[in-house]
Design a protein around this ligand. Structure first.
Ligand SMILES: NC(=O)c1ccc[n+]([C@@H]2O[C@H](COP(=O)([O-])OP(=O)(O)OC[C@H]3O[C@@H](n4cnc5c(N)ncnc54)[C@H](OP(=O)(O)O)[C@@H]3O)[C@@H](O)[C@H]2O)c1
Length: 243
């Protein structure tokens, strides 16, 4: 897929994986729109990416705030007329010491608001622009912690990572991937879920084994898939993950 002059929006791009995915897409020649809910953090990240040679622009976008999604869509439509890549990266996790039986409903609602409903709202808001692209790509940052198959296997390395709100929000996100991919199957838009692996970020923590460079590889691969690439899949290290 030609990447020159393609327009990519990455949500939650002011730090962590979102920043690194933006850097890698920018270094492929894409214009990268740096989604950030905080103006100062978004502008600082875009400036830093510019110094690294990227065509980066800040975009104020809180995925839980519908008016900000609408304003972003209007701006992209006016400035670029289309969107080629949407990386739904923004995400949050609750205190992982909570057990399913002690997780407050309010916590579940808040995690789903960002990790699931936020992705639905952003995707619905930007889909008309993605459909104007000749090769639209939607990448949803999921996690192997959303895999029901892995959680059901007591021998799986994630079997004891029983984080109800986060894990189930990523399971729901994977369902979103499958359903949007089905709806869009006769269009050039591909929709996939990516697990970056466990990587060092504010969310992943300093003990994580992977780097953001490694974690960004699969999302960037999915954002730049050729026309015969997969859609409706779930991948880690460019390999399928069981649902
Ligand atoms: N790190 C890992 O090991 C790992 C593993 C599997 C999956 N993931 C997934 O990868 C994605 C990125 O994670 P990360 O490790 O880079 O996390 P991170 O360092 O905590 O960064 C999360 C980003 O999301 C933004 N964000 C949170 N809520 C938002 C909202 N309502 N609107 C817009 N932006 C919002 C944050 O903005 P602020 O700076 O304003 O808070 C930040 O930019 C997440 O979806 C996560 O679930 C991470």
């Amino acid at each position: 897929m030609p990447t020159a002059k393609r327009i990519a929006l990455i949500t939650g791009a002011n730090k962590g994986l979102g920043f690194e995915i933006s850097r890698q897409l920018g270094s492929l020649g894409m214009t990268v729109l740096i989604g950030a809910r905080d103006k100062k953090r978004g502008f600082a990240a875009a400036e830093k990416l510019k110094t690294l040679g990227c065509d980066a622009h800040p975009m104020i976008l809180d995925v839980t705030h519908e008016p900000s999604i609408g304003r972003a869509a209007e701006f992209i439509s006016r400035e670029y007329g289309r969107l080629d890549v949407l990386v739904n990266n923004a995400g949050i996790m609750e205190d992982s010491s909570l057990t399913p039986s002690t997780t407050p409903l309010e916590t579940l609602r808040s995690i789903f608001e960002t990790n699931f409903f936020g992705v639905v709202a952003v995707t619905q808001g930007l889909l008309p622009l993605l459909l104007r692209s000749d090769a639209g790509r939607i990448v949803n940052l999921s996690s192997s912690l959303g895999s029901l198959t892995l959680h059901s296997d007591p021998a799986s390395p994630i079997a004891d990572m029983n984080i109800l709100a986060y894990d189930s929000s990523k399971t729901a996100l994977n369902a979103l991937t499958v359903h949007f991919a089905h709806e869009l199957r006769d269009t050039p838009v591909k929709v996939n879920s990516a697990c970056p692996g466990w990587v060092k970020t504010d969310m992943g923590g300093p003990q994580a084994p992977g780097t953001v460079e490694q974690g960004a590889d699969t999302p960037v691969w999915l954002a730049t898939l050729p026309a015969d690439g997969p859609t409706g899949g779930f991948f880690n290290s460019r390999q399928p993950v069981p649902w």
